[in-house]
Design a binder for this molecule. Structure first.
Ligand SMILES: [Zn+2]
Length: 443
């Protein structure tokens, strides 16, 4: 039902191999739920928390949330992320075969002895092994692809073809499965798990669409408390309410408070569920204010807050998007062969784009030397005919620079970025004539 929420996605998850799945460790049913929820009776997604509507030192501005460190330590939002590794022992033409084993040192592409340290004699990691990036999960050697290739190397060297933990990742071996395909080839599947404790940047939401990331995990001692000593698990910023008008959210918090205090589930079915008046009446009977507000005390100074705070219970979902999967930085690295621009994508160790808006920001700051450094880093020199504006040929053999259109030798060098040179050449390839109008830089 909740697409991005973490929970138990399938009852048989321990014996499954799925890509990109997580399990929430302590999932709960909502205290406030509808007839539809109970009818569908799906696996639980999310947890019931105590929520205070309150700013907190600016750490929950722009939809951010402040989490109570104590709640996190007690297991709130804790999940495990699974990752599958699969390797097949294939048969090739000419009786050649893959072999799942610990690779010998003489195979081409041998990693390091250390990276194979978790492999047992069968070439597969053992359950509960704590793997770091680069550690081999399934060891495999493959025969050389082509016969001609094998002849050239004279000795038939086999290729290292193991599955290893990807860069920047880690995991504990959770399960190992051995099967075979229809042709009888051996299949090894390994599933790793990684503990994910909520941290700054992880995304949380409620069923009303009030989503946001964690801005701060506050020490429990510093979290504001009520006169009865209740500390919220989540501190939610009140500015998220007026513009979005999610009134149901406020009713949900109020209903959740009554449910938690009375120990009874509140029916939130539209049109037929509990009326707000009854929720208020219920709270009043339990000795609380009917509007859900309470006197609270500052967690650090202990001072009584000058206004009453709206506090209650809410159903929160941990969403699939976690910073641990997004964290990325690079100094220098790979570039694309064609454009000579840095490659894109976290998985391939790509660069972070300095786009037009970032460029504008640097202009605004007057950081001209930084701009020059960024944009002139791949400059090339083109020779332009000053007579007709066409591209000239730089003939290094005869040490001559001649315009290929009008054969003039009045040629000037200009500096352009490599990407611009590429554009010129692609336009040339389309039979489009491009001309330059040269001007003196110092006029
Ligand atoms: Zn010319």
């Amino acid at each position: 039902a909740y697409k991005q929420g973490l929970g138990i996605y399938a009852g048989n998850f321990p014996v499954r191999i799925d890509t990109d799945v997580s399990i929430l460790h302590y999932p709960q049913k909502p205290l406030v739920r509808s007839f539809v929820y109970d009818t569908l009776d799906v696996h639980p997604v999310g947890q019931n928390v105590v929520l205070a509507v309150l700013p907190y030192e600016g750490y929950n501005i722009e939809d951010a949330k402040v989490l109570n460190k104590g709640s996190v330590d007690r297991g709130f939002g804790r999940s495990s992320k699974f990752r599958p590794y699969t390797s097949v022992e294939l048969n090739y033409a000419g009786g050649l075969k893959d072999e799942i084993t610990i690779p010998e040192k003489d195979v081409s592409g041998y990693r390091t002895e250390e990276s194979y340290r978790f492999l047992e004699e069968d070439g597969i990691v053992f359950p509960e092994a704590e793997l770091e990036e680069g550690d081999v999960v399934i060891g495999k050697v493959s025969p050389p692809k082509f016969l001609s290739e094998a002849r050239e190397i004279s000795i038939q060297t086999r290729k290292e073809n193991s599955s290893a933990v990807r860069q920047g990742e880690r995991g504990i071996v959770d399960a190992v499965f051995l099967t075979q395909d229809r042709e009888g080839n051996k299949i090894v599947q390994v599933r790793t798990r990684e503990l994910r404790i909520p941290e700054i940047g992880d995304k949380f939401s409620v069923p009303h669409g009030q989503k946001g990331v964690v801005g701060f995990v506050a020490p429990e001692d510093d979290v504001p408390f009520t006169s009865s000593g209740i500390k919220p698990d989540i501190i939610f910023n009140p500015h998220g309410i007026p513009s979005r008008m999610t009134v149901g959210y406020l009713m949900d918090v109020l209903a959740g408070k009554l449910a938690a205090l009375s120990g009874e589930i509140v029916d939130a079915t539209p049109f037929s569920g509990e009326e707000v008046e009854n929720l208020e009446e219920g709270l009043r009977k339990l000795g609380f204010r009917e509007n859900g507000k309470e006197i609270m005390y500052h967690g650090i100074t202990g001072q009584k807050m000058p206004v009453k705070i709206f506090i209650g219970n809410m159903f929160y979902l941990k969403l699939r998007y976690m910073v641990a999967d997004k964290l990325h930085a690079r100094a220098s690295g790979k570039i694309a062969l064609l454009t000579r621009q840095p490659i894109e994508g976290r998985a391939r160790g790509g660069a972070l784009r300095l786009g037009e808006m970032e460029q504008q920001a640097l202009v605004g700051h007057g950081a001209s030397l930084l701009l020059k450094e960024r944009y002139d880093s791949d400059k090339v020199v083109l020779f332009i005919c000053s007579k007709c504006g066409g591209l000239a040929v730089d003939d290094k053999i005869h040490n001559k620079r001649v315009c290929s259109l009008c054969y003039s030798n009045q040629v000037e060098p200009i500096e352009v970025s490599y990407a611009f040179k590429l554009l010129m050449e692609e336009l040339l390839g389309l039979h489009l004539l491009t001309k330059f109008e040269l001007k003196n830089k110092y006029e």
